[in-house]
Design a protein around this ligand. Structure first.
Ligand SMILES: [Zn+2]
Length: 227
């Protein structure tokens, strides 16, 4: 069974008005909606819309770190007591604060949620840790409901689209592959923050090493043979 995962297609990630716009991110909104509307032809058993869903004082905001500026590097400390591990990250402008315009799904997708059974999965709502993957925080401590939901619906294969290719789409796809889903990113339905050639090559290598396929267009659904 195949599911579509639409990552972070929210106002704050969309130019021109979003607080943390992904360049050309607005170009994918209509094509993503078109894909959602092909639900049956594409044989999507489930469709999940992921939201970045932060508290006002989230640790990924530069504003939460005295003296820091937007896009500064940061060294995060593990939120687990007694765990001394650290991770390097990036501090972002305030974005996707819960129940604000910025965290709303793009308007045309939002309308779609009223008449379809689309599952919304939130990530990023614990203040003390960064999240990129829709499955868990960057430490892999706190799990969102996504894996459980996909398992409940017997999903074995996921297509991942949305924003941004080099952050949340990548992390979500790598988590999915690690959890055993056959995972494909549809490049034409994503946009990246960093688009230079070296960055893209590194990204492709990382995806490949983690068992994620990246294709240009939506692949045809292959019917499954039951074991
Ligand atoms: Zn965020």
């Amino acid at each position: 069974m195949r599911a579509l995962i639409v990552t972070d297609v929210q106002n704050d990630f969309l130019p021109p008005k979003g607080a943390l716009p992904v360049p050309h991110g607005d170009e994918i909104v209509q094509p993503v909606l078109d894909l959602i509307r092909q639900e049956e032809a594409q044989d999507f058993h489930r469709i999940v819309l992921v939201r970045d869903w932060h508290t006002k004082n989230h640790t990924s905001f530069a504003r939460s770190h005295p003296g820091a500026k937007d896009y500064d590097p940061v060294e995060y400390r593990s939120p687990k007591p007694g765990d001394s591990s650290t991770q390097v990250g990036t501090l972002w402008p305030v974005h996707c604060v819960q129940n604000t315009w910025g965290s709303q799904l793009a308007n045309i997708l939002l309308k779609e949620t009223y008449h379809r059974h689309l599952k919304i999965v939130d990530k990023g709502f614990l203040s003390d840790r960064e999240y990129y993957s829709a499955f868990s925080d960057i430490w892999d401590f706190h799990k969102t409901e996504l894996h459980e939901y996909l398992q409940k619906h017997h999903i074995t294969e996921v297509l991942v689209v949305g924003l941004a290719l080099d952050y949340c789409v990548k992390a979500t796809a790598i988590s999915a592959a690690k959890l055993g889903y056959k995972t494909t990113i549809v490049r034409s339905l994503t946009r990246a923050i960093h688009t230079d050639e070296a960055h893209m090559q590194e990204l492709e290598k990382e995806l490949k090493e983690n068992g994620v396929e990246i294709v240009d267009e939506v692949p045809p659904h292959t019917s499954e043979v039951s074991a």
